[in-house]
Design a protein around this ligand. Structure first.
Ligand code: NAD
Length: 505
């Protein structure tokens, strides 16, 4: 994979991207991006101030009339070109993503970057399929049709777990539909969002259509959400911050799209393929070091399989190789930061009072001691209402609990405030059908857990938010529909005027 990414050279001109070029932020505060695998500094940059957000919103506002008036074909053409530019830079994107997140290059190369390229190609095509409903004479005297229109400037806020993919999920449907955007990535992970915006400019997307402000949530984030010239807020992050964002967006009557936290159940019925379920549970709980909003976090296993499942999952977890993210053999990198690692360790330490740590529950030493590593962890014996079962941990921690009846399994799966994703493991088609109908989540997998595809929507139920990323469904968030109604009679005294002018017969 070669050298680590050289962020200091790349962002010597600053880490804000406004109106098609990099510039420094003007906040009083700076932030240092740290490589979580080593603790070494990657880039210190000046954060965005409210004035920087104003400049980005103004650029997006200026760019909106021409971009929204471009034909779908014109927008599609530059998005196709963007997919090409991303493809040419794939290795560089993978290195930058691995450096700022601690993601194994295996993951950034095989998942984050190709997923982003595919998403870009998808929205290039989807841009040409935007349509309103077919026209018709729904009243005898009128012809109605629906126009689907761009909303304006979108203000988006993204988390640090999949920075490149989150930037793409926010930017692509917004601009494919004719909006312009100001995106604020998480402070910890600004690099690949900035690179994505640079690639957009290189592909021919006009200046001001895609802007990136890299700032603190309280300063830049809140200013963006409350900005009077921003027509829509799209937020991905924790449910706690999402509530604050919703309050601010409501105050200025903005359209709102919230992709929030998750606590996905993984339900294994007694007729399931045990080996498939155990392998699936390990992969789906550890992907991205567990920092995945859809990660498997609560394994409910029907009692006849429970002991064998726990033993096999623990055995498989011990085979996972923690190491340098830039080593192609590494399976699992560190958490995104030492603070996140300590937060995860805190959940596990508190759980020891009421549950059993079957494997893991340790901060590795030796060559990994300087990084934010945490051992893959399996916990049993926790009560359903305990913190470790109910709260989003966002680390490599899986809790396994037994159940007896199918009714109980569905009830337990639904028993958290979240509803982002879930899976059911069974060879019985009726059981699978019931689980897909009755589990309250935006995605339910059967005999798998994690795969996503550009053509299908991603989004939550309950406290996991509302609205969809990816797929043509995302256009429901990023467009507004207008009813246009034509009179067909050409008469001055229309029939319905009787309500005003009395009986004219
Ligand atoms: P976070 O909520 O702490 O931060 C998310 C973003 O919000 C960051 O850019 C942050 O700077 C910004 N922010 C913080 N305070 C703000 C404020 N007061 N006003 C405006 N913006 C503010 O989340 P995180 O720790 O970066 O990411 C992890 C969380 O994201 C988890 O809860 C995870 O489940 C969630 N997530 C959800 C999805 C999904 O699709 N539902 C996808 C990825 C991550």
């Amino acid at each position: 994979m070669g050298n680590r990414f050289q962020a200091k050279d790349r962002f010597a001109d600053g880490a804000q991207y406004v109106d098609g070029r990099l510039r420094p932020g003007t906040s009083d505060a700076s932030h240092t991006v740290v490589d979580p695998a080593t603790g070494e500094d990657v880039l210190t940059y000046q954060l965005a101030s409210a004035a920087d957000v104003d400049a980005a919103v103004a650029a997006a506002r200026r760019a909106f009339p021409a971009w929204s008036a471009a034909t779908p074909g014109e927008r599609a053409e530059v998005l196709h070109r963007l997919a090409g530019v991303l493809g040419e830079r794939a290795e560089e994107f993978a290195r930058a993503e691995s450096l700022q997140c601690g993601k194994p290059v295996k993951l950034s190369t095989e998942f984050d970057v190709p997923g982003t390229i595919d998403n870009t190609a998808f929205f290039a095509g989807a841009a040409r399929h935007l349509q309103g409903q077919a026209a018709g004479e729904y009243s005898g005297d009128h012809t109605s049709y629906v126009r689907r229109e761009a909303i304006g400037v979108v203000g988006s806020i993204a988390p640090w777990n999949y920075p490149l993919q989150m930037a793409a999920w926010k930017i692509l449907p917004a601009v494919a539909a004719g909006n312009t955007i100001v995106l604020k990535p998480a402070e910890l992970t600004p690099l690949t969002s900035l690179m994505f915006a640079q690639a957009a400019t290189e592909a021919g997307i006009p200046d001001g259509v895609v802007n990136i402000v890299t700032g603190a949530g309280r300063e830049a984030g809140e200013h963006l959400v409350g900005h009077p010239d921003v027509a829509m807020t799209s937020f991905t992050g924790s449910t706690g911050v999402g509530k604050r964002v919703a309050e601010l967006a409501t105050a200025t009557v903005k359209r709102l799209h919230l992709e929030l936290g998750g606590k996905a159940p993984f339900v294994v019925f007694a007729d399931a393929d045990l080996e498939a379920a155990a392998q699936g549970a390990v992969a789906a709980s550890l992907i991205n070091t567990g920092q995945d909003c859809t990660a498997a976090t609560r394994a409910y296993v029907q009692r006849p399989l429970f002991d064998a499942f726990v033993a096999r999952v623990a055995e498989l977890m011990r085979t996972v190789r923690l190491g340098d993210p830039f080593d192609p053999a590494t399976d699992l990198g560190p958490l995104v930061s030492h603070a996140q690692r300590d937060r995860v360790a805190g959940f596990v330490e508190r759980a020891r009072a009421y549950a059993t740590v079957v494997t893991g529950g340790e901060i590795p030493g030796g060559a990994l001691a300087a990084g934010a590593y945490y051992a893959p962890t399996l916990i049993t014996g926790a009560p359903q209402d305990s913190e470790i079962v109910q709260s989003e941990i966002f680390g490599p921690v899986l809790v396994a609990l037994p159940f007896d009846t199918d009714d109980e399994a569905i009830a337990l799966a639904n028993d958290t405030p979240y509803g982002l994703a879930a899976s059911a493991w069974t060879r019985d088609v009726y059981r699978a059908g019931r689980a897909t109908r009755e589990i309250k989540a935006g995605c339910v997998w059967v005999n798998d857990h994690i795969p996503i595809i550009s053509e299908m929507p991603h989004g939550g139920y309950k406290a996991s938010g509302f609205g969809k990323d990816m797929s043509a469904y995302s256009f429901e968030e990023y467009t507004q529909v207008k009813h246009v109604m034509y009179d067909n009679t050409a008469v001055a005294a229309k029939d319905w005027h009787r309500t005003i002018f009395g009986d004219r017969s």
